[in-house]
Design a protein. Structure first.
Length: 315
C-alpha cells in the first residue's frame, strides 16, 4: 500500500483535491504502459500510448536524488518526454498522470535505474581511434539481421562555444546514438541522440579548443558502428567586428532579417522548478534555435532546439 501511495500531489492542487468517483470525469481516457526508450547516466527518455480517448495534458512526477519532488508538465499531444538532470546509477520511480479539466484521470508508473557515469561498454573519447572507424564493435553474429552502417561524421556549423554535427545511415538503422567527447577540462561527456535523428548540436564548448567527437550507433544497448571527427571551435569575435566594414556586414544582416523573423517569446506554463516557453516564426524559417539563460548559481546554460520546434521545456 505504501508503494502505491507514493504518488505526489500536483504543484497547483492540494492532495485533498484528488478526483473521486463522484466528481471525476468519466474514465474515458486510459494511459498505456509507461516504457523506457533510452537511458544515459543523467537522463531518461520515457514514452507511452493512449489506447482510448486523449487527455488535455500530462504531468510526470518523481523524486530527485536528494529526495525532492519534481514535476514536468507535458502537452496533451506528446507521447514521450526526456527527463534530464538525473544522477548516475540512481533508481527513480516515475509517475505519469493523464489530466482532463485539471483533474487526474489515470496514471501509470515505472522504475528506472540510470546508467553508470562512464558506461563500461563504451571507451572514453581519449582512446586512440581504431585503424578503421567502421570496425564492428560486436561479433557479426550479435548484430541485427539488417546490418547497419554509419556514414561520415561531418561538421555543419561551428561557433566559439558550440558545434553542430551531422551524419547519415547509408545502410540499415539504429535504435539510438551516443556522442562522446571530453570537455575543455578533460572530463568525459556523453549526449544521447534518438535513432531517428541524424544531427546534434553540442553546446557549452570553449572557444579555440580542439575536440574529438565519437558517434556510436547502438542496437539495443550494444555498439554496432562508430565514426569520429576532430573539430576546433572558433575564436570569439571582437565586439567591434561588425563596425570594421559596415558596407559588407550590414547588408548581410539585413538580408537575414528579411528572410526569417522570430515572434514573441511567451510562457505557456510555470511550475516551481520548470518553465515551458513557446514562440512563433511569422516570417521565413530557421535551421535551429538556441535558448540561453543563467541558472540560480549564475552559471550560463544553453539548450539547443530543432528548427521545427516552436516550444521548449526548461527543467
Amino acid at each position: 500500500a505504501a508503494a502505491k501511495t507514493e504518488e505526489l500531489p500536483l504543484p497547483s492542487e492540494e492532495p485533498k483535491t484528488e478526483a473521486t468517483p463522484s466528481d471525476a470525469l468519466p474514465a474515458r481516457a486510459v494511459l498505456g504502459e509507461l516504457k523506457v526508450s533510452s537511458i544515459t547516466p543523467d537522463s531518461v527518455q520515457l514514452q507511452w500510448s493512449i489506447p482510448e480517448s486523449p487527455f488535455d495534458s500530462f504531468m510526470l512526477q518523481y523524486r530527485d536524488a536528494q529526495g525532492q519532488p519534481q514535476a514536468l508538465p507535458i502537452d496533451g499531444r506528446s507521447r514521450s518526454v526526456k527527463v534530464p538532470g538525473l544522477s548516475p546509477s540512481c533508481q527513480y520511480r516515475f509517475h505519469l498522470y493523464g489530466l482532463q479539466g485539471g483533474k487526474r484521470i489515470d496514471h501509470v508508473s515505472t522504475d528506472v535505474v540510470t546508467d553508470a557515469a562512464v558506461p563500461e561498454e563504451l571507451p572514453l573519447p581519449s582512446e586512440e581511434p581504431q585503424p578503421e572507424d567502421h570496425k564492428p564493435e560486436q561479433p557479426e553474429t550479435e548484430r541485427p539481421q539488417t546490418k547497419a552502417d554509419l556514414g561520415e561524421l561531418r561538421v555543419s556549423s561551428v561557433t566559439p562555444n558550440s558545434v553542430q554535427l551531422q551524419w547519415s545511415v547509408p545502410k540499415g538503422s539504429f535504435d539510438s546514438f551516443t556522442l562522446q567527447y571530453r570537455d575543455a577540462q578533460g572530463q568525459p561527456q556523453a549526449l544521447a541522440v534518438d535513432g531517428g535523428s541524424h544531427s546534434v548540436t553540442v553546446p557549452g564548448l570553449s572557444p579555440s579548443h580542439r575536440y574529438r567527437f565519437h558517434l556510436y550507433g547502438l542496437w539495443g544497448r550494444k555498439r554496432i558502428d562508430r565514426v569520429s571527427t576532430d573539430v576546433v571551435t572558433e575564436k570569439p569575435q571582437p565586439e567591434d567586428h561588425k563596425a570594421k566594414d559596415p558596407q559588407t556586414e550590414a547588408p548581410a544582416s539585413e538580408a537575414l532579417l528579411a528572410r526569417a523573423v522570430l515572434g514573441e517569446l511567451r510562457v505557456s506554463s510555470v511550475t516551481p522548478n520548470s518553465v515551458q516557453l513557446q514562440w512563433t516564426v511569422p516570417k521565413g524559417s530557421f535551421d535551429s534555435f538556441m535558448l540561453q539563460y543563467q541558472d540560480a548559481q549564475g552559471q550560463p546554460q544553453a539548450l539547443p532546439i530543432d528548427g521545427r520546434s516552436h516550444s521548449v521545456m526548461v527543467p
